[in-house]
Design a protein around this ligand. Structure first.
Ligand code: PLP
Length: 375
């Protein structure tokens, strides 16, 4: 087979997803355009209601990105200069940067080798008198250990804010993420399990005070037109994105089921091989935003995937404390051996709701072939 006849297998394929739902998306675009209200309109309100209901929270507030969702939440809780916020060492960097952007200091806690999520013991080890909040991230779509996080927060009087950017629809002891703490932030970056066609995000909360503050902060501090009760920003979700997100929300549970079936096939194929996978705990319902394995000799596997026209990713190649943006910043009071070791050994394989079984078989064959083993 020549390279011309092999289709590239994408990490995720949003064009394919669009092809499935094109008539619904086009109808939603037409509705918004013809209604003629593009910000602060009815489509945002509708989607906020739908999203709050989906997550099982009283309120949802559409915002312009997941990063904005986190920043506005920190501001709403009064977190700022002099405060510390504990975040996982191996998250997407916006979790930490949102803390920095409100003038507080992100403090990194190491992750667990088994789940890749924040390690409750590592949280406990970095709590100080300046700590205000813990931000557990449901990394790769797997809920963090919220019972243990809640217990540490209760003991030290800390706020818990979930970063659910990668975990739309994931459940922990039967409850959806976004409803497991005081408030939560979601991203609708196009790559997410529920993604807009551009940037977007949302906050969920049961707290009417936080609801009011975040609603005002995203809208130049307005409580009513031309009545500015606090200093805010322009950080709103657009109606166009909201209308398209309402369409996609109707498909989300089916897409999650497809992702979980794909994850199960991968996990079965890698059992007993040098490729280690993250096991599902009984009380978790993971939604597999990413399918991340840990393996020896990653470079050899990546070269084999490249040669076979299979895309791959590393989430994330450089832990936050080793990034130039944080050079010299006192964000890592304790060593972070697990995050550092994992970053050198992890690999994200193609994962989406529309990955074909034959494509998955090809990925598995190439990965195991790189170790000289048969698929
Ligand atoms: C864990 C996590 N937190 C926060 C964000 C920030 O979201 P956004 O890109 O919408 O600002 C992302 C996505 O990039 C993420 O994966």
């Amino acid at each position: 087979v020549t390279s011309q006849t092999i289709n590239q297998i994408r990490l995720f394929d949003l064009g394919r997803q669009y092809a499935e739902i094109q008539p619904e998306i086009e109808a939603a675009i037409h509705d918004v355009f013809s209604r003629g209200v593009y910000v602060k309109g009815p489509f945002v309100e509708t989607f906020e209601r739908e999203w709050a209901q989906y997550c099982g929270t009283r309120f949802a507030i559409g915002v312009s990105s997941g990063t904005t969702a986190l920043e506005l939440l920190f501001r709403a809780y009064g977190i700022g200069p002099g405060d510390e916020v504990i975040v996982p060492a191996n998250t997407a960097i916006p979790t930490a940067m949102a803390v920095s952007n409100v003038g507080a200091l992100p403090i990194l806690a190491d992750c667990e080798r088994s789940s890749a999520n924040i390690d409750p013991d590592a949280i406990e080890a970095v709590v100080t008198s300046r700590t205000k909040a813990i931000v557990p991230v449901h990394l790769y779509g797997r809920p963090a250990r919220m019972d243990e996080v809640a217990e540490i927060a209760r003991r030290h009087g800390l706020i818990v804010i979930e970063d659910a950017a990668q975990a739309h629809g994931a459940r922990y002891r039967g409850k959806r993420v976004g409803s497991l703490s005081a408030s939560a932030a979601f991203s609708f970056h196009p790559s997410k399990n529920l993604g807009a066609y551009g940037d977007g995000g949302i906050v969920t909360t049961d707290d009417p005070v936080i609801y009011e503050k975040v609603s005002q902060l995203r809208d130049i501090g307005q409580s009513a037109r031309y009545t500015h009760v606090r200093v805010g920003t322009v950080g709103r979700l657009d109606d166009l994105h909201a209308a398209m997100l309402s369409v996609k929300l109707r498909h989300l549970d089916d897409w999650i089921a497809a992702r979980r079936a794909t994850a199960e096939r991968y996990t079965r194929a890698f059992a007993g091989t040098p490729v280690s996978t993250i096991p599902d705990a009984e009380h978790e319902f993971a939604v597999y935003h990413l399918y991340v394995v840990e393996l020896p000799d990653r470079d050899r596997v990546c070269a084999a995937l490249d040669a076979a026209h299979v895309d791959w990713g590393i989430h994330y190649p450089t832990p936050i404390h080793q990034q130039q943006a944080y050079a010299g910043a006192p964000i890592a009071p304790r060593p972070l051996p697990v995050a550092e070791a994992r970053s050198a050994r992890i690999l994200s394989l193609p994962m989406s709701a529309n990955l074909e079984p034959a494509e998955l078989d090809r990925v598995v064959e190439v990965v195991l072939g790189a170790f000289g083993g048969a698929a």
